[in-house]
Every structure is written in structure tokens, then in C-alpha cells.
Design a binder for this molecule. Structure first.
Ligand code: ASP
Length: 333
């Protein structure tokens, strides 16, 4: 029964993601950006109109922050940072402020960013004090000596530079604390208490045709033993390569790592020579579902037509291109 339900949910998600594809016609040289604020059990009848409006406003504002950079001739990597920061600051998303609690009642952020021009990448896990983790990820990328820092070391890297640090309480919200308490007392899973993955991410193409992707999260409620999800793992939660595409993922991280989702989508298209990114993304997400995982991706092909694919009932998402209107979506329909 569970399997059938999952299969149906996957099918609905995939069909709806197809239906939402924006069709850019002739001009594929312009800038373009897409963002997500997590996928999961997001259904119209479980959300008040007020909540829906709040999410839509937040998504539109984050999208516009990134689009502004691109419109003014900025780079894809700067647009990705600009779009992610407001979502890190917004307690409605599981990133930066409002991130979920670990089993030991801390908040530990995972983050990564990648530049499709040279495949330079920066990532960090277990951050507790950096106000905007995506900025730290990019500083690691620019520094270039290492790709992936963790815990104390990542914190030291931040302290040696001019990063805005905040007290751990700044990230904490009552709602997330209640989720952890429920998870512990009712002995249920992170998916039962959260219903959705609130990770945030962005993919962009600038007017020079360069791609970038970034993803930022608190991970999953009740994570233990220094658990690291897919978000900071280059190739799983984030990937960008000018030769094919840029991807940011959200979902049950263990499965996204096992499938290597973000790179798998880009590599499939690059090696097959068939630029059908929607099918490639849907196929890889179907593999995630087959293994028992769920979630979604945003994909920016080198041609600049942003794509969504998810096997959950909804995904917070938005996109805009130089020559198409803003689209904001939440539910699968
Ligand atoms: N992918 C994240 C993780 O597993 C969770 C999320 O997308 O919200 O850590």
C-alpha cells in the first residue's frame, strides 16, 4: 500500500512538473534564475490562504533579489547568493534562521555553492554561528585550497574572515523546537514532524551563459552523530557545469547522496547529447523514488530554460527569465 501511494505521489509530482515547464521560444541567450524552498507533503487544504500568501511573497522576493543581479549584468554565482540569503534569513525555511534542530538540540547548517565556469566549489557542514552560510560556502570556493570544510574548522575559517556571526539562539524558532520534541516523544521520523524539506536553493544562468548553483539547509530534524545530508555534498545536492546544467536539490538527503542526483542529471544529458533536461531530471528523481526517497530538484540547463522535477506532492519554487514572467508555485497542481 505504501509503495503504491508512493508511486502515485511520484507520478503526480512528475506529471505536474512537466505541466509547469515554462516555454521560452526563440531567445536563449538571456539570463535566467530558479529557486526552491523545499519539497514535501505540501497540500492546498493543509495551508491557510495567509500562509500560502506568506510563502509566495517570500519566494517572489528571493527570486527578485537574484534576478536583479542578473538584470544588471551580474554573474550567476552572485545571483545565486543574492537569492539564497533572504531565504536563509526567513524563519519559514529550513536554512539559516528557522533551521531544524539536531537530536542534541543544536542547529547545524549544511551549505554548498558551485560555479559552472570552472567547476570551482565551496561547501561546509555543521556550521552553528555563521549568519548566512551561503556566503561562507562561496568564500571557501574563492579561497580555493579546499572544497569542503566542517564543524570547528569551518568555524575557524569564518572567524579569520569578516563573517557576520550570531548567537545560536538567533537561528532558533519555537516551531522547530516543537518538531524535535514530537519526534522524540512520539518516536516518529523527521518526515512525520516536518512534512516537508525546507531547504533552500537557487540555480542561475547569467547573460554571458555562465551557470551556478547553491543550496543551504539545517538538514533533517533530529539528525544525530554529526549526520551530513546531500546539501553540502557536491554532485548530490548541488552541481554546476557550463557544459550541461546547474542543479540544486531538496529532499531526503541520504537517497540524494546515494543517487548522486545533481551531477547525475547533468552528466546524463552531457554524455547522451540529448538536451531533454526535463526527462533526465524526471528519470533521476524516479530512481530516488524507487530506492524509497523523495524530494525535488531545480535544474538550469545551459540554454537557460529552468526546470522543476519532484516526486512529492509539492515544492516551494519560482522562476523567471529575461523574457518570461515570474512564476511562483507551491503545490503539485
Ligand atoms: N536535503 C536535506 C538533507 O537531507 C533536507 C532538505 O532538503 O530539507 O539534509
Amino acid at each position: 500500500m505504501i509503495k503504491i501511494t508512493k508511486f502515485l505521489a511520484a507520478l503526480i509530482g512528475l506529471l505536474s512538473s512537466q505541466a509547469l515547464v515554462a516555454h521560452k521560444t526563440d531567445d536563449s541567450t538571456g539570463w535566467s534564475i530558479a529557486i526552491h524552498g523545499g519539497a514535501g507533503t505540501i497540500e492546498r487544504d493543509r495551508m491557510t490562504p495567509g500562509q500560502q500568501a506568506e510563502y509566495e511573497t517570500a519566494l517572489a522576493a528571493a527570486l527578485e533579489a537574484g534576478a536583479k543581479v542578473l538584470r544588471e549584468g551580474g554573474s550567476a554565482i552572485d545571483a545565486v547568493k543574492a537569492a539564497i540569503m533572504p531565504m536563509e534569513d526567513d524563519p519559514n525555511f529550513n536554512a539559516g534562521r528557522g533551521a531544524v534542530f539536531t537530536w542534541e538540540e543544536h542547529i547545524e547548517h549544511d551549505v554548498s555553492i558551485m560555479d559552472g565556469r570552472d567547476r570551482s566549489a565551496g561547501a561546509a557542514s555543521g556550521l552553528r554561528l555563521v549568519k548566512n552560510p551561503i556566503l561562507l560556502a562561496d568564500a571557501i570556493r574563492v579561497d580555493g585550497r579546499h572544497v569542503f570544510l566542517s564543524g570547528e574548522g569551518a568555524q575557524q575559517f569564518a572567524s579569520e574572515r569578516d563573517f557576520e556571526l550570531v548567537a545560536p539562539e538567533w537561528f532558533e524558532t519555537e516551531r522547530r523546537r516543537e518538531s524535535l520534541e514530537r519526534l522524540k516523544t512520539e518516536k516518529v521520523s523527521a518526515l512525520d514532524v516536518d512534512h516537508k524539506f525546507g531547504t533552500v536553493g537557487a540555480v542561475a544562468r547569467d547573460s554571458e551563459g555562465n551557470l551556478a548553483a547553491g543550496t543551504s539547509t539545517g538538514g533533517m530534524t533530529g539528525k544525530r552523530w554529526g549526520r551530513i545530508g546531500d546539501t553540502p555534498v557536491i554532485g548530490a545536492g548541488t552541481y554546476a557545469d557550463n557544459r550541461s546544467c546547474a542543479v540544486s536539490a531538496t529532499g531526503w538527503g541520504e537517497y540524494f547522496i546515494r543517487v548522486g542526483v545533481a551531477q547525475e542529471i547533468c552528466t546524463r544529458v552531457r554524455l547522451s547529447g540529448n538536451p531533454d533536461y526535463q526527462s533526465a531530471a524526471d528519470e533521476v528523481m524516479a530512481e530516488v523514488a524507487e530506492l524509497g526517497g523523495d524530494g525535488g530538484v531545480i535544474v538550469m540547463p545551459s540554454s537557460g530554460e529552468p526546470i522543476f522535477s519532484f516526486n512529492t506532492s509539492g515544492m516551494y519554487r519560482a522562476r523567471v527569465t529575461a523574457d518570461s514572467a515570474v512564476e511562483v508555485g507551491i503545490f503539485g497542481d
